[in-house]
Ligand binder design. Sequence first.
Ligand code: NAD
Ligand code: ZN
Ligand code: ZN
Length: 391
Amino acid sequence: MRALCWHGKSDVRVDTVADPRIEDPRDVVIKVTSTAICGSDLHLYDGYMKTMEEGDILGHEPMGEVVEVGADIKNLQVGDRIVVPFTISCGSCFFCEKQLFSLCDTSNPNAEMARAVMGQSPAGLFGYSHMLGGFAGGQAEYLRVPYADVSPLKIESGLPDEQVLFLSDIFPTGYMAAENAEIEPGDTVAVWGCGPVGQFTIQSAWMFGAGRVIAIDRVPERLRMAEIHGRAETINFEETDGVYDRLMEMTGGRGPDRCIDAVGAEAHGTGSFDAVLDKAKASLMLGTDRPHVLREAIMCCRKGGTVSVPGVYVGLLDKVPFGAAMNKGLTFKMGQTHVAKYHRELLKRIEKEEIDPSFVITHRIGLEDAPGAYKTFRDKEDGCIKVVLTP
Ligand SMILES: NC(=O)c1ccc[n+]([C@@H]2O[C@H](COP(=O)([O-])OP(=O)(O)OC[C@H]3O[C@@H](n4cnc5c(N)ncnc54)[C@H](O)[C@@H]3O)[C@@H](O)[C@H]2O)c1
Ligand SMILES: [Zn+2]
Ligand SMILES: [Zn+2]
């Protein structure tokens, strides 16, 4: 089959590789009908994530048609249409029982590698390094889905791929980010980053009863989408003297009640001292992450507020104002998304036409054009916000 493979920093290629097959009685194999490129893939593309190997198949936002079923699978049949969450979960460990699906204790065969770095291993993820399981990803014609009786979501309503595909990751991710923000009715919620995750975070903040949503980015078409689809007030961080000052102005000096970092490790700064330092350190391989947004969220958040972090960080973070966080009594919540905890209820919202997630899609292309699309998406060229591939 054809698949998008990682070959190194800024080097992904569509190669011919072996077809996946059933390896365990709880596997299914799907023929991928739609699959997307995620901001998390950019951390691999930009070389921030360790334990990638040449030839690894990327992608973790797939859906498709079941073409082969393992002997123990009772809930799925050949021909079923399923959306596959990016987190792989066994369904029965201590963590899965608590619906903490991205923290499954069983699904990462390379748990020891992760344990050495993080103390304990999170779940295995599709197409996301050997430390997180070395599972082949879904930017491919076919995909092996382990523990297929646990997380995949069967689509029976005939909704088109584009409306349900993002239940694999970014819609639940935005939703969990808003839930983690502990929004109380009428709260002012600030969202850093108007990429796909930021867009679904904004949508979800309203669902949790926000009174105001303020979105921050520098890419004009992303800010416009946040205004038009997300009904958000916006701040272009390149066109203001300071995000902190602007947010204080907008909130009568108190700061937003809830601050959500939907940017993560690859934040840009505008010449601020900390951002310049982060960039220098990252380029010298002295540090992995550029936590400019996390710092800003901590400084801006109102006392006693909540900082929710859906943005992905990978390593050691420098100069995080933890003293400010402690003395201001902030709450932190974060994590890879427990997709299967949310996707059913979010599918219902789509079926009831409360939301049509396809509003984020700007680019629809074939798998063969994926390498160019990675660059276009990374560099925010051509108005690119979300790319969907049809293998
Ligand atoms: N927690 C999870 O399970 C999960 C799931 C999916 C994605 N993510 C992560 O969420 C983050 C966003 O994903 P995405 O697909 O939207 O990516 P993206 O790269 O398309 O969007 C990031 C946005 O942040 C903006 N940005 C950069 N610096 C900023 C700053 N200083 N202030 C405000 N905005 C800034 C960029 O202009 C861009 O629009 C990534 O870190 C990704 O890895 C996490
Ligand atoms: Zn993702
Ligand atoms: Zn588990």
